[in-house]
Design a protein around this ligand. Structure first.
Ligand SMILES: [Zn+2]
Length: 428
């Protein structure tokens, strides 16, 4: 592997610098670096970030290769500027054994577009009844540290308590999909004024908030670490803020779509806006942005949820929940957080790379842009303006809520340990 000189980019949005990559490592950062025999990437006006890390990706393999595979999902991740993704466990079979997590981890390694860190299921078959082999998954080649029944809530308080106690032994974390099942039976959208008008079954905020309140208290009680997936309400923010003020080991994520879209869009009855947790109100969106800015919410996670056309092109009630997000996440964050003045690029690096890597205990990612560090890097053109065109996605699925919408910014290059996975905005 040769040398690459990234010339004139702004690391974390700071002063322009040259960055020399030698093999898998950043060899030097400075001004006026000699190119020598290196391949030069001209990057004037562009922002250089540590490679993005996603804590919440659905790659669908094994079992639903009609919607995504590890290959297509990691290609989509690279296009979006990601160098590591955590692959959720709700596959077929479920990733609840060392065998399945190692298979997913190996596929990521073989394809080489993005590191794939499997998430292990908390309970066998995501059934919420019996703890899965957490220790065996932690000890496997995949070295699982994040456990989640995502898609389903770990509803039973005793099971949740045992999982929290168990993962302490190896520095793991339980990532909770907070959804009280009885309060959301048949729920179709956020419970509020719009659901009342449309006559659709509501999904109340309290269904999310009550589980978060219970779990931050459980985590504190047993002295363990809990992560809350996809916060969607202003009340959830308040609970996490309170838990952190107590010094409890609680972290939380927000999705790009919950930073931008509201339940008003459900008036279109277009199932592309159907998602779990549901799109909420403008007040919730603003509270989430503020919480991401002040650090109450630790990170942005995509909840990239690919679905084939037939699962989305149907009436609202029958449609699957979820939207793809890897290829638009950074643009949505620029639009909602950077261009609004809420977060600078150093803040973006923190919320989309550093903190998710720390929460996932992922070595070699979320590192500073400095000499001696692994060359996991993302080069962004913040001045770019383009219209989202799902037909051009690297993902196998097209269920984006942003089709035809103009969003700022583009990932021009992604480097995974010194190897360009994306150059000039295109997969290599
Ligand atoms: Zn979820």
């Amino acid at each position: 592997m040769g040398k690459i000189l990234i010339r004139g980019a702004k690391p974390l949005g700071g002063e322009p610098q040259d960055v020399l990559i030698d093999g898998e490592t950043i060899a030097a950062v400075g001004s006026g670096l000699e190119a020598g025999d290196a391949t030069v990437v001209e990057a004037e006006g562009q922002i250089l970030l540590p490679g993005l890390v996603d804590l919440h990706t659905h790659l669908r393999e094994p079992g639903r290769e009609d919607s995504e595979t590890v290959l297509t999902g990691t290609r989509a991740a690279a296009v979006g500027g990601y160098t590591a993704v955590h692959a959720m466990a709700n596959t077929f079979p479920v990733a609840d054994t060392a065998g399945v997590v190692e298979q997913v981890w190996r596929l990521g390694k073989e394809h080489g577009y993005c590191d794939v860190q499997p998430v292990g299921a908390v309970t066998v078959g995501l059934e919420g009844k019996k703890l899965a082999e957490l220790g065996a998954m932690a000890d496997s080649a995949a070295a699982v540290r994040v456990f989640s029944d995502d898609g389903k809530c770990v509803d039973d308080a005793v099971i949740m308590r045992r999982a929290l106690e168990y993962v302490k032994a190896f520095g793991g974390v339980v990532a909770q999909h907070a959804q009280e099942p009885r309060l959301t039976e048949g729920a179709q959208m956020n419970e509020g004024a719009v659901s009342g008008e449309l006559g659709l079954t509501g999904w109340p905020s309290v269904a999310e908030e009550s589980v978060i309140a219970r779990d931050v208290m459980l985590a504190a009680h047993v002295g363990s670490r809990v992560h809350i997936c996809h916060l969607s309400t202003a009340g959830s923010v308040e609970i996490v803020r309170w838990a952190k003020s107590k010094g409890w080991d609680v972290t939380a994520e927000v999705t790009p779509h919950h930073l931008l879209l509201t339940d008003e869009l459900v008036r279109t009855y277009n199932p592309v806006y159907k998602v779990n947790p549901p799109l909420r109100t403008e007040a919730d969106v603003m509270a989430l942005r503020e919480a991401l800015a002040d650090g109450t919410i630790d990170c942005v996670a995509t909840d990239h949820a690919p679905h084939p056309r037939e699962d989305k092109d149907c009436e609202w009630a029958a449609a699957a929940m979820g939207m793809v997000g890897l290829e638009t996440a950074l643009s949505v964050v620029q639009h909602t957080m950077v261009d609004t003045g809420l977060l600078d690029w150093a803040g973006v690096a923190d919320r989309m790379s550093l903190r998710p890597a720390v929460i996932g205990r992922l070595a070699g990612h979320g590192r500073p842009v400095s000499a001696g560090e692994p060359a996991n890097l993302t080069l962004v053109d913040p001045a770019y303006r383009g219209v989202v065109n799902p037909a051009a996605f690297a993902s196998r699925s097209r269920n984006t809520p942003y089709e035809g919408r103009e969003l700022p910014g583009r990932v021009n290059a992604t480097f995974l340990r010194g190897k360009a996975t994306v150059l000039d905005g295109k997969l290599t």
